[in-house]
Design a protein around this ligand. Sequence first.
Ligand SMILES: *Cc1c(COP(=O)(O)O)cnc(C)c1O
Length: 409
Amino acid sequence: MKSEGFTTKILHNDRQSTIEHGSLHKPIHTSVAFEYGDARALADVFQGKASGYSYGRQNNPTTSALEEKVSLMEGGVATVCFATGMSAITSTMIALLRTGDHLISSSFLFGNTNSLFNTLKTLGIEVTFVDATDVNNVATAVQPNTKAVFVETIANPCTQVSDLEGIGNYCENNNLLYIVDNTVTSPYLFQPASVKAGLIINSLTKYIGGHGNALGGAVTETGCYDWSQFENIYDNYKKGPVSNWGLLQIKKKGLRDTGGTISPESAHHLSIGTETLALRMERSCENAATLAGFFESHPKVKKVFHPSIKSHPEHERAQKLFKHYGSLMSIELTDQVDCFDFLNSLEAVVASSNLGDNRTLGIPVAHTIFYEMGPQRRASMGISDSMIRLSIGIEDQNDLLEDFGQALL
Ligand SMILES: *Cc1c(COP(=O)(O)O)cnc(C)c1O
């Protein structure tokens, strides 16, 4: 079947492989171990000479089905899934970086990623945080020991859009590994391979799963980076096509050795989520753009952070690179509105820390997810005490407008 559309491809992907009894979904395989009639075949799998399943910490048929879907959505070469998005990022860093290496990261970063990168510093890996909305800041930070550049697409909570294209070109010209966390855009809005990212991170927990009922993470190899230039690949993993070396090392040194394995049940939930990613993103992004306009003209809202707003510093960049402006936004209320009272008076909107759920979620970020980093780092990220981050869901638009309207009366 010649099915090229984003959703059609995903819907029919499982049918391309043999599935027991012709079931339309890849079943949930819970077995930890796999039997081989011929012991030599088992050895071949362990030695990477044949593909197959060895032990549940490293691979599982249900997880493989999800990995294929993520690769398809990202236009990538291959994907490895993890228990969570953080596990994907941790495993990637542990597997690829060594003491004495240097990592350049956007300073507009998911809070736990920020915390992890500070831990890397204690392990002897240098990390420089830069304003990644301009490639020149990345170029200025480069040192002889720089190995990789890490950015997010749309940052949380202030929605800065990284100079994704500029940094991609710079990394290509300077042989740097370019890692893009695509969680907030999802592969439906943006494919980082289009700006030459070597590795793509997705928290599957968010938009891809969409229903807030399973945790998962993924690392996707795009084929854009020449791993033969990367000094830290062990000889053991210089096997097969060069484009596989990095992900193979992440799978072994990262997934296998840290054990951040996704459960088959979660992999199944997340696979179901991929089927409706496009539909859900269309709806939540439309809701978000309408609400951004509503907040912008509301007298009790001081500031709106959403790339759809014309005065957003990277509005044009977002328009050029992304299919829509995303459904993550933040608002700052005027001094006469208390951010806790505001959240308490909302009915359809849930006070919760997740994002990318079907439901609209709101959270006072300075007091919760960005609390631990302290006032100074918060100020450097532009996070004020009255800021509320909203992850707009797929509710009926009028209900959201009405709910926010009554809460701001
Ligand atoms: C949530 C999130 C993560 C971590 O994902 P988990 O699945 O919660 O571990 C990483 N990056 C970004 C941008 C996120 O929003």
